[in-house]
Write a protein that binds this ligand. Structure first.
Ligand SMILES: NC(=O)C1=CN([C@@H]2O[C@H](COP(=O)(O)OP(=O)(O)OC[C@H]3O[C@@H](n4cnc5c(N)ncnc54)[C@H](O)[C@@H]3O)[C@@H](O)[C@H]2O)C=CC1
Ligand SMILES: O=C(CO)COP(=O)(O)O
Length: 437
């Protein structure tokens, strides 16, 4: 309800009345109305543009979701009052941490010690988060996105735009499906991607970082670039959304290989072998899936070589794979899920399930030997080869897959029967990684 009289104020009723009263003082200015109205304006054009400014919802509240929310909130704070492009408030869907975020301003579990911003409001329900939002920022571990999309069917504002910060993919009966494709298909809205070398804690500490926004619709890409760009966060637009998203997804597999190299106590030369071959297979896989869409240059951007290097040096996939390798070599193997719980404290490991998903595609298309590093990492992850095989990836990709009970003949360099691989395979098989919710 918009009005200028005291009786107009009374139109707001809990049941059956107006939800909100906007006081208008452009013709007659009444002090009592100005005082009691939830929102008061004397200027019609600022009212119209304030009503039409973009409302933002972030779906997810993990480490990267919190760092992203913080950047967005820095860009939108105070904008609503000056009737600019974005509404001041940023809503974040936080399943279990909403009360803590609203009370303390930070997520004490996933992103402790970093304030998200005074204009951030956390909600417990994803439906409430997206209710009247124009810009939806999807940022959650990839295995949960499909379930959330199903929950949001019919709940998203028509004409809303989305962007996915999630790194991962799904394999359906029809073949691989990127997260942005899933959002686009299930919710019927445009979906860009933001990908880059973006370790959440470093972005939260405002260390200079860069990212690309992969877009199909330039107008959407430009809106999201304005939403994210900060002096410490450099955003460029890239007309190759699929290439960018596949880079972000596949580098998590390569980072597992880099962690294995660290667990084997090898140095930078050996890690460079993994990074170089990994980049080659990332490009090969992306171009094999989408030959006419994926561009070579994409792999030289922050989403490509940038993210690959950052994750192979400082990412969670690298860290967990290092510990997994050390445990395997010590003769007391630990499962991936056990290490995830222990080391990541509620954050999620994406590389193991992504490796299994990508391997499904490689097996279905008989591409295993075209992608020897991906294949070898997958066999190591599942306990069919020892971690030391990671650098012998050409041989590893040729090694026959064996049943868990059978003795395993190692690749030539190591020789002999891997007696310790049997418990390792059992531990790996018990991970449950690759299960979608
Ligand atoms: N953390 C990082 O440095 C970066 C992460 N990414 C990517 O962003 C995506 C999200 O990562 P983070 O925000 O770091 O999340 P995270 O790894 O910190 O995981 C915690 C999140 O998972 C959610 N979650 C846990 N169990 C759930 C369930 N059963 N159903 C629904 N949600 C559940 C939690 O609510 C929370 O939002 C991932 O795809 C990741 O690869 C991308 C760049 C950097
Ligand atoms: O994607 C990331 C950095 O860009 C983070 O990778 P991790 O999940 O391995 O930490």
């Amino acid at each position: 309800m918009v009005g200028d009289g005291i009786t107009d104020l009374e139109a707001v009723q809990v049941s059956g009345g107006a939800d909100l009263f906007i006081g208008y003082g452009g013709v007659v200015a009444r002090p009592a109305v100005a005082e009691q109205a939830e929102w008061y304006t004397c200027d019609y054009s600022s009212l119209v543009s304030a009503l039409s400014c973009y409302k933002v919802a972030v779906i997810g509240s993990g480490a990267w979701a919190c760092a992203a929310t913080r950047m967005i909130a820095q860009n939108t704070v105070g904008q609503g009052e000056t009737a600019s492009e974005f509404a001041d408030e940023v809503r974040i869907w936080a399943r279990s941490q909403h009360e803590a975020i609203n009370e303390t301003g930070e997520n004490p579990v996933h992103f402790p010690g970093i304030s998200l911003g005074p204009n951030v409001r956390a909600v417990a329900s994803v439906e409430e988060a997206v209710a009247d939002a124009d810009l939806l920022v999807f940022c959650m571990p990839h295995q949960y996105v499909q379930r959330v999309c199903k929950q949001l069917l019919g709940k998203v504002k028509p004409g809303a735009k989305a962007i996915s910060l999630t790194k991962g993919m799904r394999v359906t009966r029809e073949g691989p499906q990127l997260i942005s494709q899933m959002v686009r298909r299930s919710l019927g809205i445009d979906c860009c991607v933001l990908m880059g070398a973006n370790i959440a804690e470093d972005v939260g500490a405002e260390q200079v970082s860069e990212a690309v926004i992969g877009y199909s619709d330039l107008e959407s890409g430009e809106v999201f670039a304005k939403l994210f760009e900060r002096p410490y966060f450099r955003v460029s637009l890239l007309p190759d959304p699929m290439g960018a998203e596949l880079c972000g997804t596949l580098k998590n597999i390569v980072a597992l290989g880099a962690g294995m190299v660290d667990g084997l106590d090898l140095g930078p030369n050996s890690k460079a072998v993994i990074i170089r071959q990994g980049l080659k297979e990332m490009r090969g896989f992306a171009k094999a899936l989408f030959p006419s869409a994926v561009r070579d240059d994409t792999f030289l951007e922050s989403c490509g070589v940038g993210d690959l290097v950052a994750t192979c040096i400082g990412g969670r996939n690298r860290r967990v794979a290092e510990e997994w390798t050390r445990a395997a070599l010590s003769g007391s193997p630990r499962s991936w899920s056990d290490l995830e719980t222990d080391l990541l404290k509620g954050q999620k490991l994406q590389g193991v399930s992504t490796s299994n998903e990508v391997q499904e595609v490689l097996a279905a298309r008989k591409w295993e030997q075209r992608f020897p590093l991906f294949t070898t990492i997958n066999r190591i992850v599942n306990g069919h080869l020892p971690p030391s095989s990671v650098l012998d990836y050409k041989e590893g990709s040729r090694a026959p897959l064996v049943e868990e009970e059978e003795p395993l003949v190692l690749p030539r360099r190591n020789g002999g029967v891997a007696h310790w691989l049997q418990p390792l395979a059992a531990v790996a098989a018990a991970t449950g990684f690759g299960n979608w919710e």
